[in-house]
Write a new protein. Structure first.
Length: 373
């Protein structure tokens, strides 16, 4: 699944005065730049931030996967395009570019660890709801397809409730029974010439064709009940297909007629419920993901640059033909701001004492990606 757009999430100390260079010089000014204002959070101790950093890495990845999974489900169920990417009634890209912290839902008088738990619990509960709903839909779809095969398969497997009529059967007889045989068209001559002699007490000339399709002719044959099992076994040896799964019963026929309609209605309802839930979940999980990303950027910035928090936050957009500039942009950023990591930024000797504990793939500034898939 390709990305609609990719954003670099960048945090730099305000002392770098980076805005003009990012807007005009980075990849020739081809990538739109969005400056984002994040609130000041209740930071707590640096030790607590290091612990929270580990948790935020996991949650960031988890919610990213959740968003992608919801889109995958919507694409599977609706064959939809990017029109599904709606967050808070606006395109996901607009939500990113105009991101503001939702202070109504996530009050800033709470410490960071409580905010993270509140945001993630809501999002992961929704993720689970979507998975359960998707499984229910898959079950309903499987049941409907089975019913559809019964209705629309060939005469050797399909349900016969729309084909047979009571007058085609010997009913309420103590000794006689009527059975159905689906005979491949290439074997109808063999059937006509031999069915009467497969067992004793087959009623002569009782075979009647009651339906045909492109592959089979469906016959009724009347014989004594005592020899039914023997006849069926012999028919299979001739490579005919006895439909001994079918017994004429008005109650059974009525139930079979209802089965298709019921499974179709159940599948349709499960599908509509899933689509509604998945679209809501995409919006809410995506919004939660952006809030987790915002907290992560803040925490990492404190651990990189120290307190008080004096950082600028940016989203840099790459899409369409400009997407190929993503790697180039990262290189230019490192060339421009690598000094933040000290002499040879791959060494952590000149960094804050906690920096080496933060990211396994270390860069001289806070930099992440957001893929809108």
């Amino acid at each position: 699944m390709g990305s609609i757009a990719t954003y670099l999430v960048l945090s730099l100390p305000q002392s770098t005065n980076a805005h003009e260079w990012l807007a005009q010089e980075l990849v020739g000014g081809k990538s739109p730049l969005y400056k984002i204002k994040l609130p000041d959070f209740q930071s707590g101790t640096l030790d607590s931030l290091v612990q929270e950093s580990d948790e935020l890495v996991k949650l960031d990845q988890q919610l990213s996967s959740s968003v992608a999974k919801v889109i995958d489900i919507l694409a599977t169920v609706t064959e939809s395009d990017s029109s599904s990417r709606i967050v808070n009634s606006k395109p996901a890209t607009d939500f990113i570019q105009n991101f503001t912290w939702n202070t109504t839902k996530y009050r800033l008088d709470k410490p960071i660890n409580q905010l993270v738990k509140l945001i993630s619990d809501e999002a992961l509960a929704l993720d689970n709801d979507v998975r359960v709903s998707y499984q229910s839909y898959q079950t309903a779809k499987s049941n409907f397809l089975a019913a559809d095969r019964k209705k629309n398969g060939d005469l050797s497997i399909k349900s016969l409730h729309e084909i047979v009529r009571p007058e085609q059967f010997v009913l309420d007889s103590e000794h006689l029974t009527t059975i159905l045989i689906a005979v491949p068209k290439s074997l109808t001559s063999d059937f006509d010439n031999s069915y009467e002699t497969l067992t004793q007490f087959v009623i002569p000339r009782s075979a009647t064709v009651i339906a045909t399709d492109s592959e089979f002719s469906l016959y009724t044959v009347t014989l004594f009940k005592k020899y039914q099992s023997e006849f069926i076994a012999a028919a299979r040896e001739h490579k005919w297909h006895p439909r001994n799964d079918f017994v004429y019963s008005e109650e059974t026929l009525n139930n079979l007629r209802k089965e298709f309609d019921l499974t179709k209605a159940t599948e349709s309802k499960a599908k509509n419920d899933l689509i509604r839930l998945a679209k809501t979940a995409y919006s809410d999980i995506f919004a939660s993901w952006l809030h987790i990303k915002a907290v992560r950027v803040y925490v990492e910035s404190v651990l990189r640059y120290g307190l008080p928090p004096q950082f600028d936050y940016y989203f840099i957009k790459f899409e369409g033909a400009n997407a190929k500039n993503l790697s180039k942009a990262k290189k230019e950023l490192i060339d421009k701001f690598g000094f933040l990591g000290g002499d040879g930024f791959s060494s952590t000797s000149n960094l804050h004492e906690y920096a080496s504990l933060v990211d396994t793939e270390y860069e001289p500034f806070v930099l992440y990606e957001i893929d809108v898939v």
